[in-house]
Structure formats: C-alpha cells, structure tokens
Write a protein that binds this ligand. Structure first.
Ligand SMILES: O=C(O)[C@H](O)[C@@H](O)[C@H](O)[C@H](O)CO
Length: 306
C-alpha cells in the first residue's frame, strides 16, 4: 500500500506549465547553460539534443549519430556525454554536430548503454549504464576524469539513475530505478573514491521510482518520480518534503534554471506507454517548467579536459 500523499502534497500557488509540448520519446537531462542563458535537454531514443530559451521558445534540435543517455556542460562550450556506444564530446556549433569519441567503457557488453550522468563539483563526469532490457543487473557506475580515463566504481545495477551531488561535493546520490532503490555514497572530493553506500529514499513508499535528479541551493534533493506523475523533494536524510503532481505519468529528470535559477524544468517520456495511454496523455514527452517553488538551484559545474 503506497503512502497517501494528498494531504501533505498539494501546492496550489505553483505554476506548472508545459513549455514544450514536443512529445519526446524519452526526454531526459534538462540542463541550464548560464553562459548561453538557454536550456538544453535530450531525447535519448530519437538521438537528439534540444535547445530552447527559458520559456521553451525557439526550440531547435541537434541530431546525433547514436542514442544518448546524458550530457554535461564543458568549459569549452561543448558537451561531455554518455552515448550508447561510449563517452564522447559533442560540439553543436558545427553542422553536422561534431562528435569526438573518448571511449567505450563496456565494449564487451552488447546489452548495456550509458544512461544518467552528471558533472560533479570537482568537474568529473559521472555516468552509469543501464541494461537495455531494463532488468538484467549488469549495469555499472563510472567516473570520467578530466584526463579522460574512466573508472568503474560500482556494478550490479539494472538502470543507473538519480545521479546528483551534495553542495559540498562529499555525497553522491544514485538510484537504481528499475528495482526502485536509491542510495547515498560518501564521495572523496579529492580522489573521487566512493565509500559507505547506504539507503537514501525508500521510494517503495511512494508511487513511482526516482529517475533523474538534482540538488537545490539548500542542499535538498529533487527527483523525478517516473511512473509516479510527480517530482519529489527530499531532505539529505531521505525524508520527503514536497510532492508536486504533474500532468504526465513518466517525468524523467529535473533541473533548476532560468536567469534567477528558480525554475524547475522537468522532462518526460512516452516510450513505456501503450497507444491508449498516449492518446489519453497528450503532454507525455513534453518539457515542463515549475515556477513559484521559492527554491533556487546553483549553476552546473563544467567538465574541463586536461
Ligand atoms: O523505467 C525506469 O525506471 C527508468 O527510470 C527509465 O525509464 C528512465 O527514463 C531511464 O533513465 C531510461 O533512460
């Protein structure tokens, strides 16, 4: 029996707007670029990076040669990314888009691909794989360092998700979404080593499972609740503080942005829905902006190859 959140949850002063009703198959990875003052997000399965202004206007897509799991900002204006066949830099300033391959951490595994990823406070790119059957527990968590060497930190997951970092960079958040588990690790900011894996949010108490996530300027953790039609905000010790309902079943990832860093952008997906569900949920795959939260994010750190 899932917890009844209706009493604690409703927040009537919020404005929730679908700012891009573009029906992504698998929208993911919203990221605010404070230098360009624009929003980027991806459609993993349609092999695209999308860009728009803060209001979703002027949306344009950049076509990629491969499925894409995640992007992070680089200090040189490119993206560091987890593509299905490996880590790569992506340069959207050229046409066609420039792709500089870094390497495939799992060339021996035909059934996995890189999925959720994020740059940590020290500028390293963390990215986890997922099994494309969403079930076999042979996915791993990797750290790509500025010297472009990658390191496998953990293994045995189904779908890597929920990667985010505490403000002091000493905690890594992670979720294995298909088994509905979320964790915290102690992260040594200097060496990038992980230790002391412990349970974080008990998402089995709520509808949905933690997909993509971010940490706000107060140090609280915001996670998209895939199959739960909501985003949840959790304290650093795993207690749900806020639960914000969305008009789509499958929100996938959230990130703060906008000139004041006070808008929460949320991507969503439709790949897991059947035809009847898609017909009933026309906004599925859209990009949402939640305003009026009274919370800000902080700019994303950048990856800087040495
Ligand atoms: O089903 C789930 O539990 C997962 O959350 C996925 O569906 C994600 O969206 C994943 O990140 C795919 O890229």
């Amino acid at each position: 029996m899932k917890q009844d959140l209706t009493a604690a949850a409703e927040e009537h002063s919020l404005e929730i707007e679908c700012i891009w009703p573009g029906q992504a198959t698998l929208g993911e990875c919203p990221i605010w670029d404070e230098r360009r003052q624009c929003l980027f997000w991806i459609d993993s399965l349609e092999k695209k990076i999308w860009r728009s202004d803060v209001a979703g206007a002027g949306a344009q897509a950049y076509k990629l040669p491969d499925l894409i799991g995640s992007i992070g900002l680089c200090s040189d204006g490119r993206f560091v990314s987890g593509l299905a066949s490996g880590f790569a830099f992506i340069d959207i300033s050229s046409d066609p888009v420039g792709v500089e391959w870094i390497g495939n951490p799992e060339p021996e595994k035909a059934d996995t691909r890189l999925n959720d990823g994020k740059v940590d406070r020290q500028g390293r790119f963390w990215c986890g794989t997922m099994n494309q059957d969403f079930a076999t527990p042979n996915a791993s968590l990797y750290r790509l360092d500025p010297d472009l060497a990658w390191h496998r930190l953990e293994t045995g997951f189904t779908v890597s998700n929920g990667i985010a970092f505490s403000l002091d960079g000493k905690t890594l958040y992670f979720s294995d979404s298909r088994v509905d588990r979320s964790f915290q690790y102690s992260l040594d900011p200097v060496t990038g080593e992980l230790s002391d894996c412990r349970g974080f949010v008990d998402t089995t108490a709520y509808e949905g499972r933690i997909d993509g996530a971010t940490v706000d300027a107060d140090g609280n953790y915001w996670g998209a609740l895939f199959d739960g039609s909501a985003v949840g905000c959790f304290t650093a010790d795993g207690k749900m503080m806020r639960h914000i309902k969305l008009p789509v079943t499958c929100p996938t990832m959230c990130a703060f942005g906008g000139p004041q860093m006070d808008v929460l952008f949320v991507t969503s997906a439709r790949f897991s829905m059947n035809e009847a569900q898609i017909a009933a949920e026309t906004l599925a795959g859209g990009l949402f902006a939640i305003r009026g939260l009274g919370v800000r994010g902080i700019p994303e750190p950048r990856f800087d190859a040495t």
